[in-house]
Design a protein around this ligand. Sequence first.
Ligand SMILES: [Zn+2]
Length: 323
Amino acid sequence: MSKVKYYYDSETLSYKKIERKKRRTFKFISLFLIAAALFSFLFVFIGGQYFESPKEKALKRELSNLELQFDLLNKKMEEAEMVLANIEDRDNAIYRLYFEANPIPEEQRKAGFGGVNRYKRLEGYDNSQLIVNSNKRIDILLKRIVVQSKSLDEIAILAEEKEKLLLAIPAIQPVSNEDLTRMASGYGMRSDPFTKLRKMHWGMDFTAPRGTPIYASGDGVVVRADNNSAGYGNHIRIDHGYGYTSLYAHMFKFVAQKNQKVKRGDLIGFVGSTGRSQAPHVHYEIFKDGQRINPMNFYYGSLSPEEFNKLLRHASVENQSLD
Ligand SMILES: [Zn+2]
């Protein structure tokens, strides 16, 4: 109930009712409400610039924690990159070099990704740069790991091949040192035992008693075991692959037969003096791609330095060969 208010009219000398105008009241209230709304809006808006709500505080803390974690991840990535760079260096400078593979160029190892922008979905945020950079970095890291892994696969194959090659190369003497009477004659110009003329002696002569074992000097396949080559008498040829063949002449008896697979050190026959020979010995030759080469260069792995020097000394004497 609103009170009825009066006022004293001095002209009429009487009390009169105060009549409130409804429209004015309404206007007044509206104005008040608008002012209040405006004021609270300004309060919230301006106040919000200087004061944070608890929720905002929590979000900010979370964001700075995420940024910190990103920094830590980037540091760890840097460590991973360093370890990988070290492996790549060793790969190029040692492993690939050792197995005669070309080094993988830096640009190929560290190439990024061209073409379409793979990181579009990460753009348009305040911290896009941080996230895009980290993504790029880890993508390159992953690619480098794949390249490195492929390189190691290649090296594993090359190592296996190299092992086969090392086993195939005719690298030991055909007669063991204990059985050897002497290294009678080496590769080079020698006096012919029959004509006494100087001519090329294409192999090495190892003197040993008749019946002394002769061994295959490397892994391979016997391609000939016969006496159908002039002068060699009973002889064996072993194809070692990789362009190498070894020949053992003047045998007394064969043990290995044609087409037989042999390993280095396998017994293939016995010393004799068949063919054009002056005394029991093995005439031993090595072919590389069809050309006869000096067998002296192949004993590096199987003889001690003293034995090698002794053999070299004997092989270098320009004496008479046994043929
Ligand atoms: Zn000879």
